[in-house]
Design a protein around this ligand. Structure first.
Ligand SMILES: NC(=O)c1ccc[n+]([C@@H]2O[C@H](COP(=O)([O-])OP(=O)(O)OC[C@H]3O[C@@H](n4cnc5c(N)ncnc54)[C@H](O)[C@@H]3O)[C@@H](O)[C@H]2O)c1
Length: 441
């Protein structure tokens, strides 16, 4: 297997539909790292280690030294947006990063100008951008995005390209007949079927060209049979959905611990305030519904109430997102968890997380881009469940329950890398360390 992985040579283009807060923070961070002005903190691909072999072997390299990942110096960026601001201006408006930090990388950021978006306001009701393609049908839009990708790759001299959706959350909709097969989807594009969301058009364009696609929003996007079929046909990896940051990150860290100790839970109430453009988009009930569904699945899949009715049968899970402009990207969240202990005695846990949404999301964009490119070079295609570590609502094979426990997700990610590199998988059994002692007795 190891010998089948192509080396990461040449430039890797990272294309992002949506050059808003997350995308600009990601690009700015990589450019700052390239200049030695920052560290890629939060990137497991850059700063995480992986144990190889037995604990006594003391082999614990950095992941980036263990597998062939694109070097940050080889990354080039591009994207689309419904607003025409270049990445520097968009980053200034997003107010995530300090101005003095942005000034140091201004020329690099100013040079990245968004391409016109494939957009339909019906899917993002609170946006009014005008920097949009005027093609008549969904089919023409898809062809235009395909041309954009080809031109970008040629102009920038990229050896490979990946796409990460960093665009707004689209309204809630469910897969319909037009999404059920590639043939139906392509007919739908030609018929300009309005049930095909803009994010699906980008994903279709990417997958048609064999460009790996990761979805950072909770939208359906590539989580439909038609695009899974296309990803298999063109041997292209896909992953989604919804970057796992803030509140859900805390949930998937804490809930596995509580259930591991067989503590019961009566309720988990999560509320938060944020005032960035993402918060404004999510202020519309139809767009919020998409996010709510993505966030709600997490606890149920960790606690498994049907298998543990005494502990979690009456669990009440509530999530609120409130648009509150003064906080901008600096989200504040409050969680109240009502837990139950020995003999039914009640306890409470309170979490008050003053986080920075895009600061938590940026390293996820980086890792998804690097790993999905690695997956392609390793000959993998279709759904990459091992990347669920980064995602709130992991895309899995039809009928397969997603794994939300972040620690199991990390083991899955690391074991996938070990497997691809021909290393022993680590089970954490550990009995072999004591075999000598047992034999002596
Ligand atoms: N920041 C986080 O912690 C976090 C976590 C999970 C998911 N997300 C998701 O990531 C996405 C980006 O978040 P953000 O904070 O950068 O939002 P943002 O509003 O700052 O940026 C999104 C950008 O996408 C653009 N856009 C919308 N539709 C488009 C289209 N069809 N084509 C091209 N551009 C389009 C918008 O104009 C906007 O500039 C959102 O969907 C958000 O829900 C963010």
């Amino acid at each position: 297997m190891k010998h089948q992985i192509k080396e990461a040579k040449g430039k890797l283009g990272v294309l992002m539909p949506g050059l808003g807060a997350v995308a600009t923070t990601f690009i700015a961070g990589v450019e700052a790292v390239k200049k030695g002005l920052a560290q890629p903190i939060g990137s497991v691909a850059q700063m995480g280690h992986i144990r190889l072999g037995k604990r006594t072997d003391n082999r614990n390299p950095l992941i980036k030294d263990f597998v062939s990942l694109a070097s940050l110096n080889d990354l080039v960026f591009g994207g689309w947006d419904v607003y025409e601001d270049n990445v520097y201006t968009a980053a200034v408006k997003a107010e995530v990063l300090d101005r003095f930090q942005l000034e140091a990388i201004k020329p690099e950021l100013e040079a990245i100008v968004p391409m016109k978006a494939a957009f339909d306001k019906n899917f993002v009701k609170n946006l009014d951008g005008t920097h949009v393609k005027d093609n008549k049908t969904r089919y023409e839009l898809a062809q235009a995005v395909i041309e954009d990708i080809k031109n970008f790759q040629k102009e920038k001299g990229c050896d490979r390209v990946v796409m990460v959706w960093c665009g707004s959350t689209e309204i809630y909709h469910e897969a319909a007949d037009v999404h059920m097969s590639l043939a139906a989807f392509e007919q739908g594009l030609k018929d300009n079927d309005l049930r095909i969301a803009p994010s699906m058009i980008y994903a279709y364009a990417a997958l048609t060209l064999g460009v790996p696609f990761a979805n950072g929003a909770p939208n359906l996007t590539c989580d439909i049979p038609a695009l899974i079929e296309l990803s298999k046909k063109t041997k292209t990896p896909i992953a989604g959905k919804d970057f796992k940051t803030g509140q859900t990150l805390m949930k998937t860290i804490l809930a596995p611990g509580l259930t591991a100790r067989a503590l019961g839970m009566e309720g988990w109430f999560s509320t938060n305030i944020l005032g960035n453009r993402d918060g404004w988009v999510l202020d519309d009930p139809d767009n919020f519904k998409t996010k709510e569904v993505s966030k709600l699945g997490v606890l149920e899949d960790i606690l498994l109430p049907e298998e543990n009715p005494e502990l979690y049968g009456d669990m009440y899970h509530k999530i609120r997102i409130n648009y509150y402009p003064p906080r901008k990207d600096n989200k504040e969240s409050w969680d109240n968890i009502d837990i139950i202990g020995w003999m039914g005695y009640k306890m409470q846990i309170k979490i008050n997380f003053l986080c920075r949404d895009s600061i938590l999301a940026a390293p996820i964009v980086l890792d998804l881009a690097l790993f999905i490119d690695f997956a392609k070079r390793a000959g993998m295609s279709g759904i990459q469940e091992w990347l669920s570590f980064y995602l709130k609502s992991p895309q899995t094979a039809p009928g397969l329950r997603p794994e939300h426990d972040i620690f199991k997700q990390l083991i899955k990610l690391q074991n996938t890398l070990r497997y691809l590199m021909g290393e022993d998988l680590i089970t954490h059994l550990g009995l072999d360390y004591y075999e000598g002692i047992l034999n002596e007795e």
